[in-house]
Design a protein around this ligand. Sequence first.
Ligand code: NAP
Length: 489
Amino acid sequence: MVSRVIPVEAFDLVIFGGTGDLAGRKILPALFRRYCAGQLPEGSRILGAARADLDRAGYADFARAAIREHAPGRHCEDGSLEAFLKRLDYVAVDACGESGWAALAGRLAGGDRVRAFYFSVGPGLFGDLAQRLRRHGLAGADSRIVVEKPFGHDLESARALNATLAAQFDEGQIYRIDHYLGKETVQNLMAVRFGNMLFEPLWNSQYVDHIQITVAETVGVGGRGEYYDRAGAMRDMMQNHLMQLLCLIAMEPPAKFEPDEVRDEKVKVIKALDPVAPHHIVRGQYEAREGDAEAHPSYREAVDDPRSTTESYVALKAHVSNWRWAGTPFYLRTGKRLVARSSVINVVFKDAPHSIFGAEAGRHANVLSIRLQPNEGITLRVTIKEPGPGGMRLVDVPLDMSFAEALGPEGEDPPDAYERLIMDGIRGNQTLFMRGDEVEAAWAWTDPIIAGWQARGEAPKPYDSGSTGPRDADLLMERDGRKWRGINP
Ligand code: NAP
């Protein structure tokens, strides 16, 4: 099946922080792949902007190396890469000073078109950039800004950041990225729920026993130690990525698949979340890998603070108090240095109310697993008779659909989240971006959790590198007579 490319008009895109890690790893490779898909119309202008003193050729060198490393493949060799690099330009601009702005204005002169400014810089620069874009007349009604996480550190800072941006741009011009929302399967979650009759009648506390959301990473904090130690898993993952997944699973069907309709429903979910009781949260911190401590140091060694009490793992039980979900717990967990890299949502249905096959047939629950990574796809576990003679023995088997196999053009990777999100930003579709009130509501739920464990002076539980997390996280489930499903989906 050939993927459909929706054409866009020629546009301007300025990447502030164009020489940074995110630009090299995600933004430029995503733009290159969209170019190869025929989605960067002739006349579009893509400008990297940062303080480094580079010329166009110097920036092309940076982009070439980054794309070869992060988007390798035949297009890097068939002339496409060099053709794409000719589309790039660079301006040295200081977000906090006046240098470079006149040159940027010159580069963007002419052309009545959509203009997108990607703020791929630390949030401390958002206000400076927004003000200078206005002051230099670079942003008009058809302009938009794309901002990266972290969007605030708590409710107060998120409010301040929202206010800073709102002073210069309307909410309709602000695109807050949570790249999880750009993943194919995350949107498929909405398609599966709202495009099929099959699931929605069962999608409530009457039929769903509980829901598990797991985002597991094998990597440690790596080079992000300084940032991560100030954030922790709760702020870095739970408040945004897992919260977004929970919203999409739990929300009511919007009347239309329109940005504000979808986001209104998501905000309602966040506001319906109960505060989390202290005994419903487990925090963990990874230890060094046994026998390989040099390559896989402990969390505390990685962040260079032997007394750090920041969590690299968090698991919790949440309740959405509304008619649909009252009584159905949502178990969420995320952590670093776990046994596998995997993001999966498991919707565990209740047992059949009565087994006609007798006690020896065992208990069998249907489980709908939505895999975000790796191998994006959906599996429904159904109960069937074990083949062969000898009575009625039941067994659970997967009805498995891998999206790559079912839908992907042969030999090509599905589009990366950043490809979709950048193009949605250009098209002016905010559905997959977080609205200001949504971010604030998520912090309003998160802040008391963090304040609670700070007040109690709790230290995270140690867990082995390469494990499934601290034992207490298993107990969180076992106390309720449930079990985490394997991290390897
Ligand atoms: P980074 O590698 O430190 O890059 C920062 C970029 O900003 C560089 O291009 C830097 O170039 C530029 N810059 C810094 N100060 C500037 C100034 N005063 N004026 C103009 N440009 C300036 O950071 P990053 O990892 O790319 O992250 C960028 C943003 O994305 C951060 O907010 C980060 O939290 C977020 N983010 C990153 C990732 C990731 O995987 N890297 C993932 C999610 C979110 P010069 O020093 O030459 O100016």
